[in-house]
Ligand binder design. Sequence first.
Ligand code: IPM
Ligand code: MG
Length: 354
Amino acid sequence: MKICVLPGDGIGPEIMAQAVRVLNALGLKFEMEEALLGGCAVDHTGNPYPEATQRLAREADAVLLGAVGGPKWDTLAREHRPERGLLGIRKDLNLFANLRPAILYPELANASTLKAEVVAGLDILIVRELTGDIYFGQPRGIELREVNGERQRVGWNTMIYAEYEIRRILKVAFEAAQKRGRKLCSVDKMNVLETTQLWRDIAEEVAKEYPDVELSHMLVDNAAMQLVRNPKQFDVMVTGNMFGDILSDEASMLTGSIGMLPSASLDANNKGLYEPSHGSAPDIAGKGVANPLATILSAAMMLRYTFNQEEAAQRIESAVKKVLALGYRTGDIFEPGTNRVGTREMGDAVLVAL
Ligand code: IPM
Ligand code: MG
């Protein structure tokens, strides 16, 4: 079980340290090697996804990532930005299937900005296509063109999906739905975009192979509305890269605690990159107050999906539930009457619970 560990930027190194402690406490044999991705990699090598990291990531069975990015690198040219490192590793490892669960822990019911009855028991899985769409479409650019009789800058990107890309992500989503509530909602914008008309047609074709799953379709604007109106109507949602980026942020905030949510990005053979759904939080970096639970839960997802260690995954998840039940809270999920702890103490609590 070879893991490439990428702490990244901002709070990344702090939360990763706790996830590594938890993994080491399981009594399993991991080989872990650290490398640079994101802003820290730019600082050391000039490249957000350096060759040494590429080698390690390709060799490993799984990649565990903290977070990348920060204001320090925002003024750099696009190809040197930390985000390019993240997009680069996703594409390089062919991690086309992004699984983003949004689960409301009963102990954190008050963290949501929505009424408790709207979100109580919420358990959604968003399956986002991750290596295609307008994110990677060619051609793209900013250039000077004649518009309305004057030369001005024009920015353009291309939204593009090939049939095989749509088909393979839909299969992942149908299979995920089979293991859950057997309901799949495919999100598109077929009333306007041809790309997503193709998406809908292929969803209908693939559905024939999964008669036990109930497939529905929803336009993305309506889906954004339904997620706040009545989120519990959803079981699994599947959508393209851009819509999935937006809807998964929205879904994560239904739970009020993005600091709790893990994610997995998988290739066709269950090699995966695992990372918290939240970002690098530069405002609290280095203060020892960040919530490490999303990274710890990402490690649990890694054990489940890449290493087939279901029991160990559940041990971690139960330990996290236990520390919540015991009242431990980092600042992002703190409420009066609970026990406010820092990043390392939260890691300690999980270790004790384990
Ligand atoms: C995410 C992030 C990334 C994305 C950025 C940082 C490139 O928002 O993982 O959702 O847009 O995919
Ligand atoms: Mg995003």
